[in-house]
Design a protein around this ligand. Sequence first.
Ligand code: FRU
Length: 919
Amino acid sequence: MKHLIIRHIITIFSIIQLFIIASCANHERNFIIGVSQCSDDEWRSRMNKEIMREALFYPNLKVEIRTAKDNNREQIKDIEEFIANDVNLIVVSPNEAKAITPVVEKAYDRGIPVVLVDRKITSDKYTAFVGGDNYLMGKQIGTYIANRLNGKGKIVELTGLKGSTPALERHNGMNEVLKEYPSIEIIATTDAAWLKNKAETKFDSILSIHKDIDMVIAQNDPMAYGAYQAAKKSGREKEMLFVGVDALAGEKLGVELVADNILDATFIYPTEGDKVIQVAMNILEKRDYKRENILSSALVNAGNARIMQMQTSHINTLDEKIEVLNAKLDTYLMRYSSQKMFLYACIVILFLLAVLLFFVVRAYWTKIRLNAELSKQKQQLEEQRDQLIDLSQKLEEATKAKLAFFTNVSHDFRTPLTLIADPVKKLLNSENIRDDERFLLNIINKNVTVLLRLINQIMDFRKFENGKLEMHLSEFNIKDCMKEWAEAFRTLAYRKHITFKFTADDADYNVIADSEMMERITYNLLSNAFKFTPKNGNISICLSKNAENGISMKFSDTGVGMPAEHVKHIFESFYRIDVHHAGSGIGLALVKAFVEMHHGKIDVKSKEGNGTIFTINIPAKQDGKIYHDIDRKAVLNNLKEGAVVMAGQESLSAENVTGKDRDASNEGEHEAVVLVIDDNQDVRDYVKSLLSENYTVIEAANGSEGLKLAIANVPDIIICDVMMPVMDGMECCKHLKAEPRTSHIPVMMLTAYSMDEQKIKGYECGADSYISKPFSSELLMARLRNLIDNRNRLKDFFGDKVTTSTTPLADTDKGFVEKLRKLIEENMGNTDFSVEDMGEKIGFSRVQLYRKAKALTGYTPNELLRIARLNKANAIIKTSTEKSISEIAYEVGFSSPSYFTKCYKEFFGESPTDVLKKK
Ligand code: FRU
């Protein structure tokens, strides 16, 4: 949500930015003009100023001015750089025409427009020219000389740089006029390169040669002033007149020199930098322009110098004002543009604030709404929490009450149990009891031991919970002791074919601990291991020293293991994994309590189907009072015995499947077969002792084993426990009822649970009857007989021989009967058709077919086949007149007519011949 808002704001901001940039952008093209000046003097600087001032009127124009300081090479370099920098137009005032022409041509050829100012080149590869007409000016000078000297006199000419065009043109113009005045003599002409100092030096030498000079004509004012100063030095300045060119206003410049009578006259040579830029911009912006822009000239002498000075100073003031205005305009423009930017920024910020405000308001409303929902939920949760607290308090109280009751009851049980245990032991020791009596007494003895152990454990756990379980510390060698304690399971290991190992290294295993607690930990963990480890498994105890020099005990087994979700709960009191892992749920909780009392830790690793490892780590020496003669052997013996018996009783597989495995050929002497499925050996033994007189008993220790036995043996009835390891009774019953070979067998559930919902569940699985433990032997026998009889009465296989059936056929069974009937009808005429063929066609073994057919119809498959043949023969006899007894016998599949006659008589009570005769 937050990211989305930020993304929106960024997008809006970018759009606005683009908008601002676009609106600020100048749509005119930007231009760069490079100006290359040949010299660096007052005349040039005036022109440069005018250029820059004019450029201000073109905001898209940038002007770069370079000065070559009367050096050709420098100027060529400047122009080359302009070309390289891709300027849009070059303004050049060439120092010397010949030298500068090639580089100007190069620029021109490259397509860069070139505007020549003041001076020219020797080619016409230029775009435009802006400057005075120097030839005309020369002529004006000539005319002025002639007039001023009245057509007679001696003059000295100081020219500008020879290679520059104004110098030559002015000279030619002047000579053109003076040709007409032969009395005017040019006594000396010298090149002073437009420079004042040079003119001063050169004129100094001329002065020394020529004693008579009327006028000095200098091609610019600086040179005229230089000559004047040279003359002044020799005190001859009054002898001659000085004339210059340029007529710049300003201190010690042309106009002032004339006004001060230093110069006789000067000629205006306009700079007009503004004009240069105007022409250049016309070219660049593709407007019409004149190629030759000739600027006019005028004479300045004593008569107009003062006016000109005034005018020029006025113009200068105006210029300055313009500059000030310009600067102000610049400032205003800057201010305007920054205010414009500020305005845009304000708009953007306002917009962003509006967006932000929108989101804030939205978020605020959402928050209010959510808060309302949350507080509603909170209120609900609080109500639920209060209810839960209330409930858990009630539960706790109930649990406490239950536990207290349990403990009290346990306590009350102990005395009578001891009083049963002792006499039973005495009875067992007596020699006058029968084997069957000894068998029953053994069962009593074992179970009393188990009960006593359970009761002791419960009471200890209560003591622990109430903080009343005390430690009785003593010093002993735990390795020796554990070895001895483990020995108690040796016989069981042998009986269950379990490899049982105890390993420990040679370290010092003397400990200070509660030996009884250690012993009980050992019994409990081993009892569990043996209970859940099947035949041929491995169980081991490994004793070692841990990193803190404490004792580490590892109990590993290769048993059924536990699912991961249960592992973390197994130390909780009364926690039961599931029906496969029957137990009181107190043993492990007690083990953990003992370990914690020893400041140790117990850890379990288990994987379903892969076994379990319990690891206990305790410090070797416990602090506290040490007792020296502890003897609680009586209780311990009981616990030990109980643990071993418990582990042995609840086995994962029946060690010996007893009972006569009936052979299908034993058809005559039918003795019903009962399959007893229970994980408790004693229960199996007891039920077996009840039934063995009248039934053949086979047994299995869990659902999965039971299912296999049922399929292989097809018993007449199954008695099945609910809580069993590997596969529980419900699941087993479901499988039995879904399997065609066993679906007909009545199943009687035998369980410690007497709750109705458990019964319903049992019936849902297809159980036919339900008997709760503890059960009375009479009830069990009566139910059993009833169920078997009901099945036996079902004999309506042939439809015409209807008998009462109290138990309706299951769908699977109906299918089986139908199949069998069809098969017999189809093969009746086939003498070779045997029971084996019948089984093969139906997918059952001979024994399975025999049992199933017998159980459902009361007849063996052979009998069914024979009866069908006899019925058919009877029908033929009754309808046909032509067929003989032998023919009929063969037709219905009898191989011998005499055997047919015998069977017929047995079944129908009269011989076939008599029936035929009667007809
Ligand atoms: C300035 C200048 C002027 C002269 C002109 C001729 O550099 O020397 O005095 O009139 O150049 O190009």
